[in-house]
Design a protein around this ligand. Sequence first.
Ligand code: BEZ
Length: 178
Amino acid sequence: MLRLTRPVCSRVAVPTFARLISTGAALPSAQLREDSPSQKVDLADETSKGTFIVVGVPGAFSPGCSQRHIPEYLKLADDFKSRGVKNLFVVAVNDAFVTKAWKEQLSDASGWARFLADPKGEFSNEFNALFDAAAFFGNKRSKRYAVVVKDGKITETFVEPDATGIDKSAAEEVLKTL
Ligand code: BEZ
């Protein structure tokens, strides 16, 4: 006879990975870098008033990120702006020299899109967005995701289930929800 010594489900384990990329949550407080290692950006502060989109990408200059994912956001920038999106923040586990060069190559002259470096992956780790990308990039990188942030709180999440695809987090999909 099967005897249970404890009630099944007596304790519900809440996995930490579900903690942060979820609606209602605030953005991680880990500092990012913009243009230079000394220029710190607190994304939780930057997004505290108004509507913003934060996009996480596996790597600056990678084909998917550079030829499709971010260019599609830039192409639709006027549509996002007309729906009240003040800025697009692109976060990558790269150093600030790399994200600066990437911004210059993608050339959003208006400054609507801001490119932020997460050199040690601290922001992405707090967001539980890191995945093992050693085979491609030699280290852990950010999954591809997008979140809409309104007045400091995440209101919509679009996380790629396979970490790298461009489907749920594509610009057109995010735009539809605004
Ligand atoms: C990309 O092209 O964006 C990419 C390539 C390999 C792994 C992850 C992303």
